[in-house]
Structure formats: C-alpha cells, structure tokens
Ligand binder design. Structure first.
Ligand SMILES: Nc1ncnc2c1ncn2[C@@H]1O[C@H](COP(=O)(O)OP(=O)(O)OP(=O)(O)O)[C@@H](O)[C@H]1O
Ligand SMILES: Cc1ncc(CO)c(N)n1
Length: 273
C-alpha cells in the first residue's frame, strides 16, 4: 500500500465561520493538527466573529450533496463529522449521503453559537432527531442541545446519564453529553449503550471557548479515522480540546478561538533553545 493510500482522512460537513474559531475552519485545523487529511462540504456561510453571528446564508442541499460526492468519489474518508446543518432539507441530503457512502459519522448537533445566535432552524430539530441521529456512531450534544433532543431539563450528572440513554434510544450508538455549560467542572457523560463513564478535566477559567464543541467532535472523527476505538477516540479528543482551550491565543472581544498547534509551537521553541 502506498503512503498516499494509508494517510487517514476525515470529512467535515459544517458551516463556515468567518472568525475561524468554529465550524469548518476549526474542524480543518483540528484534522491538520492531528495529522489527518481534512475534506470539507460547506452547508452555510456565516458572517460572525467572537461576539456573535451577523448573517448566515444557507447553501442549497444539492450543492452540499455534490461537495460530499465530489470528494468521496475521488479521495474517500475514514470518518466524517457534521456541525451546523441549518435546515431540514440539508439534514435530509446529508443523511442520504451518509447512508450511500456508509460513513462512520460523528454528529455534533449544533443548534446555536456560544453567543446564543441560532444556527439551526427550529423546525429542523425533528429531522436531526429522526433522520440523522440513527446514522450516528457518536453524537456529542451540549446541555441545551441534549435538552432540545430529549425534551427534558438537565442539570445533574444523573440527569445527564438519563439524557444520554434517551438519545441512545433515538439510534445514536455512542453518546457524549458535554458538561461545558455547567458552572463547576466540565465533566462529560459517555454512554456506549451498555455502560456509562465520565470524561473529566479541570475547568479552565477563560472566555475563549468559541468552537470548543466543533473542535471536540472533529477530534473524535480524526481519532476514529486514525483507527482508534470509539471510547479511546472520545478520551483522546477530550484531552485535545482541554489543551486547545488552555493555549487559546486570546483573540477578539467576545468568546475567542482556541489554539490547535500548541504542540507544533512547543517543539519549534524547543528546537530554537
Ligand atoms: N472552560 C472550560 N474548561 C475546560 N473544558 C471545557 C471548558 N468549556 C468547555 N469545555 C469542554 O469542551 C468540550 C466542548 O464542550 P462545550 O459544552 O463547550 O461545547 P459546545 O457548547 O458545543 O461548544 P460550541 O458550540 O462553542 O462549539 C467539552 O468536553 C467540555 O467539557
Ligand atoms: C459555522 C459555525 N458552526 C458551529 C458553531 C458553534 O460554535 C459556530 N459558532 N459557527
């Protein structure tokens, strides 16, 4: 097998974030940092910065499908992830592609930006729940998204476990309910259909958490593409996002982006010492 054939590759199906802290841009940076070749299919173009989303333009579902077909017919993907999908017709087009290409899929059920601006039309939640979740190998809702998907109020770890089970019942094979929105430690609950575990990390006191969910789900897809089992991929992705937050460059006046290339920067510094 040639080098080219062995190089792991991953596909992101998501929206463009002009401030490059979230969306397609965060996903491609994550793939690159984890040495996975990144492919992209853009669903929507947003005009946003660290303070909020000013405008969004949703692309036609046929164009989303055409992007996926173009890269998969030629290059192929070992894993894929979805982010902002914007509308029900786009979700349906993506679900068709995922089924046709038998993609190993990580679904980040993006509904709103950190600023609170909506990124998914309210009527599209039903399509996300009914059409895409049954195709997901892993789904990574934050607390408000888990509440929308289950119709339950979620606060405690026990409520996070109950929500993970309810989302698993919708068809997703592995569920991570993320606790980044809790005020105490950012503990995530992982459920594989049989047992629960917790992904624990220290809370980093920072406002620079724009795109942390995108980064986490892209890292899971990258580690799956590299051949890790789901539980390992999720644990490694948690470590990756924690360090990305820790090394955030402090850009912008609102929720700034995280840093993806801290390891590369550290090794460059070590070389010049
Ligand atoms: N301040 C923090 N310190 C450490 N880890 C954090 C912090 N905030 C979030 N995390 C972790 O980052 C990951 C992403 O979680 P989060 O709940 O922030 O996602 P999200 O709301 O979907 O993000 P976004 O919508 O901005 O992309 C989770 O593993 C979460 O526990
Ligand atoms: C395009 C895009 N996708 C996802 C998020 C979630 O953070 C965002 N802010 N923007």
């Amino acid at each position: 097998m040639s080098e080219e054939q062995r190089h792991p590759r991953a596909l992101t199906i998501a929206g463009s974030d002009s401030s490059a802290g979230a969306g397609i841009q965060a996903d491609l940076k994550t793939f690159a940092a984890l040495e996975v070749y990144g492919l992209s299919a853009i669903t929507a173009i947003t005009a946003q910065n660290t303070l909020g989303v000013r405008a969004a333009f949703e692309l036609p579902p046929e164009l989303v499908e055409a992007q996926i077909d173009a890269v998969l017919e030629d290059i192929g993907a070992d894993a894929a992830k979805t982010g902002m999908l914007a509308t029900a017709p786009i979700i349906e087009a993506v679900a068709r592609s995922v089924a046709r290409w038998q993609l190993r899929l990580v679904v980040d059920p993006v509904m709103a930006a950190k600023s609170g601006d909506p990124l998914l039309r309210p009527e599209a939640v039903a399509a996300l729940r009914g059409v895409l979740l049954p195709l997901a190998e892993v789904v990574t809702p934050n607390l408000p998204e888990a509440e929308m998907l289950t119709g339950r109020h979620i606060e405690t770890l026990e409520e996070m476990r109950e929500a993970a089970r309810a989302i698993h019942d919708l068809g997703a094979r592995h569920v991570v309910v993320k606790g980044g929105h809790r005020l105490d430690a950012p503990i995530d609950v992982y459920f594989d259909g049989t047992g629960f575990s917790e992904l624990r990390a220290e809370r980093i006191e920072t406002r620079h958490t724009h795109g942390t969910g995108c980064t986490f789900s892209a890292a899971i897809a990258a580690f799956l593409a590299r051949g890790l089992a789901v539980a390992e991929a999720v644990a490694e992705a948690k470590r990756y996002v924690t360090e990305a937050i820790r090394h955030a460059p402090g850009l912008g006046h609102g929720h700034g982006p995280t840093e993806h290339f801290w390891q590369w920067k550290q090794s460059k510094e070590a070389q010049t010492r």
